[in-house]
Each structure stands twice: as structure tokens, then as C-alpha cells.
Ligand binder design. Structure first.
Ligand SMILES: [Zn+2]
Length: 217
């Protein structure tokens, strides 16, 4: 009986779709030479190393990059609406539905490298289960524009939300809120550090048999 039970368990685990632990990412960029593309790839690699170090199976998939997408304008408008209005509203049934142009995209995480100089944020698509996320990375104008270090951290921070992390009050940690990253030191990964609370939360959310169930921005 014991052997049978173990065999059954293996079959059940084997029956799970191979992609179950992989969050697919669609990366929409205004141009093929956008400096945020490299930063995004680095941030994705960073999270995959972190997740592996924690012994977790969840991974961020290699992003599918689309340049100058025809749906970008609709997504930009939705992003602006969220940033102007919905940040002040409680998430829930009153929240406007995301446009079909967004929900019909085939990815767990849609990252828009925005043309707008608006706040970067991560938005759970309302009433979508399992959870999917809309991540906006702002277009920075001014002296920080091509600061790869800043961009890398912004993307890594937002993707951290998309795998369930919340802000902590350490202004020098990756998931800081508020942040003072320019005065902080990176650790051996080249990124601002995770806190013990962040690590524990990732294990709680992504440990065997768990499903990410995050909130956030
Ligand atoms: Zn945040």
C-alpha cells in the first residue's frame, strides 16, 4: 500500500503541466534599443537565482519581447487611468476591468516599458484567477534616464510584487517602500538585498503545494 501511495503521488506530480511553476512574461517595448530591455532581462535572471537559492520551483520565464506593439496605446491609457485614479480606490469589485487588449495577452505577467513618465507599479488584473499582473516601468526623463542601476532595481522591485512580495520599511532593501536606493549598497547579486521577511514570504507563497496569492503595487 505504501509503495502504491508513493507511486500515485509521483504520477500526480508528473501530471502537473510543466509550466505550472513558470510565470510567463510578455515584455512590451517602444523600441528594440530601449535600455530597459537589458535591465529587465537582468532582473528576471536575478529573481530566478533567488528562487533557486531558496529551493523553490517557481521561475520567471524567458520573456517574449514585442517591440512597438499595436496594443501598447490601449495599455498606456489603462496604466494612466490606474495611476491617476485607481491608486486611491480600494481594490475590489468597484475596480474597472482591464481592457481586453490586456487580458487577451498570453502571459502571466505583462510588462509595459512605458513611454510615459508616470510612476512604476505592479497591478493585479482585477477578477482574474489565477493571478496575473500588469507591470508598468516608467520612462525616466532627465539625468537618471540611462542609469541602468536604477532601472534594474525598479524592474526587479516590480517583479518582486508580481511574485507576491510586499513593501518593507527598510529604505535600503529591494522591496523598500519608501525607498532610498541611490544611497544603498548592493549585495553580491548586484541588487539591493532581500530581507529575511521577504525570503520567508517567498517560501510561504511558493513552497511546495502553495500558489502565489499576492496583492500590490
Ligand atoms: Zn513597490
Amino acid at each position: 500500500m505504501r509503495v502504491t501511495a508513493i507511486a500515485l503521488l509521483l504520477v500526480l506530480r508528473g501530471a502537473l503541466p510543466a509550466a505550472a511553476a513558470e510565470r510567463s512574461i510578455l515584455l512590451l517595448a517602444p523600441t528594440a534599443t530601449d535600455a530597459r530591455l537589458d535591465a529587465s532581462h537582468e532582473a528576471i535572471s536575478y529573481w530566478n537565482e533567488m528562487l533557486a537559492d531558496l529551493g523553490l520551483e517557481t521561475r520567471l520565464g524567458a520573456p517574449q519581447v514585442v517591440v512597438d506593439s499595436p496594443v501598447a496605446r490601449v495599455l498606456e491609457n489603462y496604466a494612466r487611468r490606474i495611476s491617476q485614479r485607481a491608486f486611491r480606490l480600494p481594490a475590489g469589485t468597484a475596480e474597472p476591468s482591464p481592457p481586453d487588449e490586456l487580458t487577451s495577452l498570453d502571459a502571466d505577467i505583462v510588462v509595459l516599458l512605458s513611454r510615459q513618465d508616470i510612476m512604476s507599479f505592479t497591478w493585479p488584473m482585477p477578477r482574474v484567477d489565477p493571478p496575473r499582473y500588469f507591470v508598468i516601468i516608467r520612462s525616466v526623463r532627465g539625468p537618471d534616464r540611462d542609469d541602468a542601476m536604477v532601472t534594474r532595481h525598479v524592474v526587479a522591485h516590480e517583479l518582486g510584487h508580481a511574485i507576491g512580495l510586499v513593501h518593507n520599511d527598510d529604505p535600503h532593501a529591494l522591496m523598500c517602500g519608501p525607498c532610498q536606493p541611490l544611497t544603498a549598497d548592493t549585495d553580491a547579486t548586484g541588487f539591493l538585498p532581500l530581507t529575511d521577511v521577504d525570503r520567508a514570504r517567498l517560501v510561504e507563497l511558493h513552497g511546495r503545494g502553495q500558489k502565489g496569492k499576492p496583492t500590490l503595487r
